[in-house]
Write a protein that binds this ligand. Sequence first.
Ligand code: URA
Length: 435
Amino acid sequence: MRALDIISKKRDKLELSKDEITFLIDGYTRDEIPDYQMAAWAMAVLLNGMTHEETAHLTNAMANSGDVLNLAELNSIIVDKHSTGGVGDKTTLSIAPIVAACGLAVGKMSGRGLGYSGGTIDKLESIPGYQAELSTKEFISQLKDIGIVLAGQSLDLAPADGKLYALRDVTGTVPSIPLIASSIMSKKIAAGAEAIVLDVKVGEGAFMKTFEDARELAKVMVNIGKLSNRRVIALLSPMDQPLGMAVGNALELKEAVLTLRGKGPEDYHEHCLNIASYMLLLGKKANSLEEARIMAQKSINDGTAFEKFRQFVAAQGGDLACIDNLDLLAKAENILEITAESSGYIAEVNAQDVGEASVILGGGRTKKGDLIDPAVGVMVYVKIGDYVEKGQKVFDVHYNKAELVQNAIDKLKESIKFSEQPVQPPPPNLGVIGM
Ligand code: URA
């Protein structure tokens, strides 16, 4: 077999076999196939697409390119969730302890921020001492002991995806639905998940800007699950405005912990209950969504979800004092209030603009390796559809560097649009695929 023939076949819109795809991925992982051939192939896939079968073969070849965790000894169904990313999306921080407190093991490998969209590991690292880099042995042993582990990308899972993703990033081949779907699903399958809940975001602050693209991505991932013997469902949820109120690492961590104590913002609390319920249903802990939702809410009410979060933070070296007293988390030196410039109904709080404002303040990276400031970010006090009076507070900007703040203020002012007419708030959910 030759890489050249496989590239030419995809260029000519022909379907690749399992053996051809496996040959390509194995050769690339072992550095036997060079970047330029892989880039040409990725571009042919972007232009000509892949069938569901090809996409499933690609997923499995990448999942098998490194360690594949065998978690059978845990005697628990392993459930995972994945969000395609957004602004203020700190869901993993709340739902992992909720689901673990209900008796399902949650072992997750999470990422760092990407552009204006935040990352779970950056948020967790605002807890002093928190250790995200775990070995496979540590990951499994913590999962066995306390039923919850959130690690960074330190495990040798799906290395072919790591290499291919970096190549796609610099060759204009990221926005291909089969490549995105196989990239996400290969990591989930390698991490041992039997049941997976996907939260596919759609809107201004999301990777997928249109409902049609989001639905197609969801369908492809659910199909990969079917062809790989995994139970998978995908929820479509809006990301036109930030989720919850907090955007920024320590601010989001604080909001996630407050939610575990029953004091979170309504939209975020509701979203967490929704995702957790689907995880409990897919993980066979509940017989219906209603039953799952009651279990999830009970774990908040009786404090077991918060206690699970404490156990997990302690197991990964984090300072519990900061969790018990959230005022001890990093705080910005200055807080500046932004008020409404006119009265009216909120028609838009552009999530991408708010995410970018947080990055400008130092809450995200503009290039690889940038240090982030955990304390900075934005608190958002309005939602689409709210009526506000001129002069009413709409944002708090938490900042440390005065020279950065004006650009962030400009972004935030740009993010918000008013209407004289009442505006319908977006629905919390846009659909479910795979049920
Ligand atoms: N997230 C991933 O893990 N892979 C992609 O290709 C895009 C988003």
